[in-house]
Ligand binder design. Structure first.
Ligand code: BEZ
Ligand code: MG
Length: 670
């Protein structure tokens, strides 16, 4: 991982000298082609892919189920049952509040004045509908079920879960085809399934039900193939082949639900053709996602954002043929240009008349992995921002030009080339903002240290030449104009609270934006809204960070289906729970946009429940103590303020877990 060694090693390089002629066999998650490509380029690795965990719908649990039942009953009551309706309304409000679902103030205020009452009834119906949609989103959120064990094939139920999600991704509604999917996992052949479908159709010829539309033959073939391959172990076989020094078949990397060709695993992942990225599909999708983000911001702020700060990783781009980078181009009103061989040659601007809105200024920060894998795309993005800033267009129709000209007016002697730098990242050979390490070790006092770490690490501008040069001045100026920060989420298995790199990059830039605004406008300046483009299902949806963390907390950590499946893996399962909590605190530290109830409920579920506390401590005493300490750290840093009783219980539990770690047990002399 040294400067200048992004694409390969020479015979003089230490890793190459040390590894010599030794074969390098490297197990790799099938959904991580970007880091896998690095292992191949630098370590001449033969990758042996393994499967990601089975996927399942989150489902509802405990109080969420009772709330859903109350809502359904409420909807069945007619206007003549006013009394029942009123008491059920009170119950719904109480139930929602008990699990920290927001109850708007105007719903709370009961009044008997008839005109007020009519308004309240309308508002009430709207709120209950919204609540129901929220429950629906939660129920159908996709979550990973536990962890994958190398060489172990998924159970029938796990296979069914994954195949349902795959069917949905193919446009076959899994709820309407449940009989078909059951038959599929029980081993029905393609011909049998096809005839089962035909019989259904014959039995109900007049039905206009969607279920009577037979699945496309190709989708059916893919599902049958996937079911068969999921039931066979190719991973141990692949590993043994590689260790025997035999040839391993290549395979595309990516998400099983989007690309069934990922199966069978146990094969050698391959990467990308950089000359074809972004693909035509990605360009179109990038435009759609750009408009979706702008629409969400407009809905909240009644204006277009002038500047978007966007984080690009290697993984999200590799899995989508460059969707996110095409989205950055689309925001600027630019597109890739290809030569007569169809190879990427540079950027071009779309005319404003085609674009139909102003060009948005985009500050891009790259992961180190993106920088290593996609140098041509870096130059493409840099050329796009330069072309946009150079366009002879009114500044009110071109925010990039507007900001670049303002920068030049403020900084005598600066050039347009410099003022339009918008692609930033680490210098060569460096990765990440290191905020994740600060958070994990608790070695920081003030949130400003986190923003400073980000600009320190990511303050290198990549211009049209593609070489990094530190440029704090342009970065600070661009960050101060940011209206929102944004990153796409590409994998179901990895949410923004699953790994520490999302808050390291998106959280880091959000904090850096706030600090740049403080510097420019004084301390009254506000933090930018943070948005996540969830690309994991259907056509994608834009959520605020607050919404995304709430959804992940409810569908994963608090959901017995998720945490029980983790605890089945013992030690590592507890560590995963601890990691999710630490990552959640990373979001509080960098953005302040995590609601306090998240900590309260995590504390109740994992620390204040004696049985759960005991179980987790048995499985992994270190991670259990870390969970309690992290919750206490969150109170110290004012990310939540529990009542005195909770605080005392948490302190006591924390001490007990620490004692256990030190080998002091109750009943024994200390
Ligand atoms: C990337 O693909 O760029 C990436 C992967 C994991 C963590 C951070 C970045
Ligand atoms: Mg790693």
């Amino acid at each position: 991982f040294m400067p200048g060694k992004q694409t390969g090693l020479s015979a003089q390089c230490w890793p190459d000298r040390l590894i010599g002629a030794l074969p390098n066999v490297y197990l790799y998650a099938a959904n991580n082609p970007s880091e896998g490509a690095l292992a191949k380029r630098r370590g001449a690795a033969t990758l042996v892919s393994y499967l990601t965990p089975a996927l399942t719908h989150s489902g509802l649990y405990k109080e969420l189920v009772s709330l859903q039942q109350s809502i359904e009953r409420w909807q069945q009551l007619g206007p003549e049952q006013a009394l029942d309706r009123a008491s059920l309304t009170e119950l719904i409000i109480e139930q929602a509040r008990s699990i920290d679902l927001a109850v708007p103030a105007h719903i709370n205020a009961a009044s008997d004045a008839s005109d007020v009452k009519a308004t309240r009834d309308t508002a009430l119906a709207a709120w209950i509908e919204q609540l129901q949609n929220q429950l629906l989103e939660l129920e159908y959120a996709l979550i990973p079920e536990g962890l994958h064990v190398m060489g172990q094939t998924p159970t029938r139920e796990q296979r069914l879960g994954t195949l349902k999600v795959m069917a949905d991704a193919m446009g076959l509604n899994s709820r309407e085809h449940s009989a078909l999917l059951e038959a599929l996992v029980d081993g029905a052949t393609e011909a049998e399934l096809q005839s089962q479908q035909n019989n259904l159709k014959a039995a109900a010829p007049l039905s206009h039900d969607k279920a009577s539309v037979p699945p496309e033959a190709e989708s059916l073939r893919q599902l049958v193939r996937s079911n068969r391959l999921l039931g066979e172990d190719h991973e141990m076989q692949g590993l043994m082949r590689a260790l025997d020094g035999r040839y391993l078949q290549p395979a595309p990397g990516g998400d099983l639900i989007r690309n069934p060709e990922v199966l069978p695993t146990g094969r050698n992942l391959h990467g990308l053709d950089p000359f074809r990225m972004p693909s035509a599909f990605a360009v179109r999708d990038g435009q759609r996602q750009a408009e979706k983000l702008l629409a969400r911001y407009q809905q909240d702020h009644q204006a277009l954002p002038e500047t978007v700060a966007m984080v690009l990783w290697g993984t999200d781009n590799l899995k989508t043929e460059g969707g996110p980078l095409a989205q950055a181009l689309a925001l600027m009103g630019a597109a890739p240009r290809f030569d007569s061989y169809g190879r990427l040659a540079g950027a071009e601007l779309l005319p404003l008349s085609t674009l139909g809105r102003p060009r948005i200024d985009v500050v891009i920060t790259l992961s180190g992995i993106f920088r290593d894998l996609l140098p041509m795309q870096i130059r493409l993005l840099a050329e796009a921002s330069f072309l946009a800033a150079s366009a002879d267009e009114p500044p009110e129709q071109n925010y990039l030009r507007k900001h670049a000209l303002a920068y030049m007016a403020e900084h005598e002697g600066s050039t347009l080339e410099c003022a339009s730098l918008r692609v930033f990242g680490n210098t060569e050979g460096a990765y990440g903002a290191n905020i994740n390490h600060l958070i994990d070790s608790s070695c920081w006092e003030n949130e400003n240290e986190l923003g400073d770490a980000f600009t320190q690490r990511k303050g290198f501008a990549y211009g049209r030449e593609g070489r990094p040069v530190r440029n704090t001045s342009v970065l600070q100026s661009a960050l101060a104009s940011v209206s929102l920060t944004y990153q796409n989420l590409d994998s179901v298995e990895l949410g923004v609270t699953s790994i520490d790199t999302y808050f390291d990059t998106l959280g880091g830039i959000s904090r850096a934006v706030l600090q740049a605004k403080h510097q420019r406008d004084g301390n009254a300046a506000e933090a930018p809204p943070v948005f996540i483009g969830d690309q994991t299902q259907g056509d994608g949806v834009v959520r605020s960070l607050t919404e995304q963390v709430a959804l992940e907390t409810r569908s994963r950590m608090l959901n017995p289906k998720w945490h029980e499946s983790m605890l089945q893996h013992g030690y590592e399962g507890v560590r995963q729970i601890e990691a999710h909590l630490t990552n959640t605190m990373g979001w509080s530290a960098t953005t302040g946009q995590v609601q306090p109830w998240v900590y309260q409920q995590l504390a109740q579920t994992f620390v204040l429940d004696p049985a759960m506390r005991e179980r987790m401590a048995q499985l992994n005493p270190t991670a259990s103590a870390k969970v309690a300490n992290r919750l206490l750290e969150a109170t110290r840093r004012q990310y939540w303020q529990p009542d005195a009783e909770t605080m005392t219980a948490l302190l006591r539990a924390g001490e007990e877990l620490e004692d256990r770690l030190e080998g002091i047990q109750e009943g024994l002399p200390a």
